[in-house]
Design a protein around this ligand. Sequence first.
Ligand SMILES: C[S@@+](CC[C@H](N)C(=O)[O-])C[C@H]1O[C@@H](n2cnc3c(N)ncnc32)[C@H](O)[C@@H]1O
Ligand SMILES: [Zn+2]
Length: 192
Amino acid sequence: MPARMAKKKNSGTIERQRWLHRKMLEMWQRGQSGLCEVRGSDIHGSGVYATRDIEREERIIEYVGELIDKEESEKRAHAQHERSVDSGEAAVYIFTLSKKWDIDGNVPWNTARLINHSCDPNCEAWIIGRRIYIYALRDIRAGEELTFDYGFDVDCYEDHPCGCGRPQCVGYIVSRSQWDELRERLAARGEN
Ligand SMILES: C[S@@+](CC[C@H](N)C(=O)[O-])C[C@H]1O[C@@H](n2cnc3c(N)ncnc32)[C@H](O)[C@@H]1O
Ligand SMILES: [Zn+2]
């Protein structure tokens, strides 16, 4: 190959590498926030903690990941669930975005994927366009663990015992909107 052509090809490759590097940096930055950090959690494994006082309705961090359609989402949720059954490490990171789309947050730069569930959460997820953000539900003090309601369906409550430790804890990770149904089921089993 003539030297001039080789030089042009090399500069094209370098440009692409720079573009890729910029994109990766942007993606990584979107998953970080100065308002929180990852530490070991009493609830489960790792958790995310406020690094300073946060006001009610303040945006804390974006829940980033890959945009996938429902068909792909079902496949991945199934695979993630199978892996968690094998390893004992339960972790499903797929977040419902709309009727058509989900976000698979199972990427290492998605800090928000480590936020645990609580029956008395201090955060909630807001969907804005095709993005998901974690907002404070109330004032949060520096050092508090961040939590939100995972909104899991009552039908599979037995698979998800809750260890949030709050006085309001219903014992299982189930959407607050289905607590009445959960209590009826627990009562029928003589558990409540
Ligand atoms: C998306 S991960 C959250 C981060 C997790 N603590 C970790 O270290 O990977 C979700 C998993 O964390 C665990 N988890 C989250 N909240 C929990 C809770 N309140 N009680 C028990 N396990 C919880 C469950 O195993 C759940 O499937
Ligand atoms: Zn709980």
